[in-house]
Design a protein around this ligand. Structure first.
Ligand code: KG4
Ligand code: ZN
Length: 345
């Protein structure tokens, strides 16, 4: 029997984080906000052969890797399984079969060691990466979230509460990077490859901004931008016109990122919130990092930007969000199930 009321809350617990929502099997050990180990086994190179993530391959790769990555993380942290105070695991959003591998492993670990299980929302994990960068960070702050599945600007009011201020009405920013990569003939994962190509480009093409012109001005659309890039490439091909793919990549990157940066800083100014944080794979983009850093600097806003390895999928961020939930006593029953879709809350 799994009695949730029996656990005593420690201030600086050792938390084992497990992440398996997409193509990274990851495990990390943290004590308080200190990262003791941070391990990843990725199936990205295998997925690249198919031009994107194949769910069946991801699930099988997680099954192969999960025991190895957990053993490695414990070893590198110098922590024995008996010293772990809680297991935090991603239960959604993500690929169902992939999530179930990490979740089932975490349940078995929690049960075997008689410790609480914490079910973590992957998106909240991305938002909690900022605490790893600055362990004494305290809300409120404005959070820019930009990943392969989500794009939003949030007002983080406490460790447990965030209000969505704006976001995409269709594709996520990362999704647009991946689709534009494909039309530019770049391999998976698309985001980093578009960034590399853009490094030799200039802004010679005026693609539509990702910001939808509306009264509130807080709605983004990446589907229209992506289609504009695809149309530009097809039209040029039909006319036999020479295209600078570097310029296409750079012009797209500006249209995708500039409004996100501007609106994030605008929200901080308008709501008088002195700190901005960011998370999600697209935040590993060097152009976004530079622009957000400069915009925050000009506005006198403190920016807490997670390391690139904590922007893309990782387990340290899951453990970090696990700590927020642990301190609030939010433990999950062993019957908790994986969810493919989950809201930002
Ligand atoms: O957060 P993440 O690792 O997984 C999700 O939760 O979705 O984000 C993955 C997304 C992909 O779409 C990938 O192309 C994008 O983040 N990404 C980037 C960069 N690195 C990863 N996009 C632009 N520039 C990058 N350097
Ligand atoms: Zn993610």
């Amino acid at each position: 029997m799994y009695d949730l009321s029996k656990y005593k809350i420690k201030q600086n617990p050792v938390i084992l984080g497990i992440e398996s929502s997409c193509d990274e099997t990851a495990c990390a050990v943290i004590r308080g906000r200190q990262v003791l180990s941070d391990c990843i086994i990725s199936s990205a190179s295998e997925q690249a052969l198919y031009g994107g993530v194949v769910p069946e391959i991801a699930s099988r790769a997680h099954t192969d890797a999960v025991d190895e990555v957990v053993t490695k993380a414990l070893k590198e942290a110098g922590i024995s399984a008996n010293e772990v105070d809680a297991v935090a695991v991603t239960y959604g959003a993500g690929l169902l079969g992939a999530l179930l591998v990490g979740l089932s492993f975490a349940k078995a670990f929690a049960h075997a060691h008689n410790i609480p299980l914490i079910a973590v929302n992957h998106i909240r994990g991305h938002m909690a990466a900022a605490y790893l960068e600055q362990p004494d960070l305290k809300p409120p702050f404005i959070t820019l979230l930009a990943s392969g599945g989500h794009t939003a600007i949030l007002h983080t009011k406490s460790e447990l509460e965030a209000e969505v201020l704006g976001g995409t009405c269709d594709d996520a920013a990362g999704e647009a990077f991946d689709k534009v990569a494909r039309v530019l003939g770049l391999s998976y994962p698309g985001g980093p490859n578009v960034q590399s190509l853009a490094e030799d480009g200039e802004k010679t093409i005026e693609f539509p901004s990702a910001l939808v012109r509306s009264i509130s001005g807080m709605t983004f659309s990446y589907s229209g931008l992506k289609t504009a890039v695809i149309n530009y490439m097809h039209t040029a091909e039909q006319r036999g016109a020479k295209v600078s793919k570097e310029d296409v990549a750079y012009s797209f990157q500006c249209a995708a990122i500039d409004p996100l940066v501007k609106k994030t800083v605008d929200c901080a100014i308008k709501l008088r919130v002195p700190t901005v944080t960011a998370g999600g794979g697209v935040v590993a983009n060097d152009y976004l990092r530079k622009e957000l850093t400069n915009a925050c600097l000009s506005a006198g806003i403190t920016l807490v930007l997670p390391e690139k390895k904590h922007c893309t999928d990782n387990a340290a961020m899951i453990a970090s969000e696990g700590l927020n939930q642990y301190l609030a006593g939010n433990f999950a029953p062993l019957s908790v199930n994986a969810k493919a879709q989950i809201s930002l809350k």
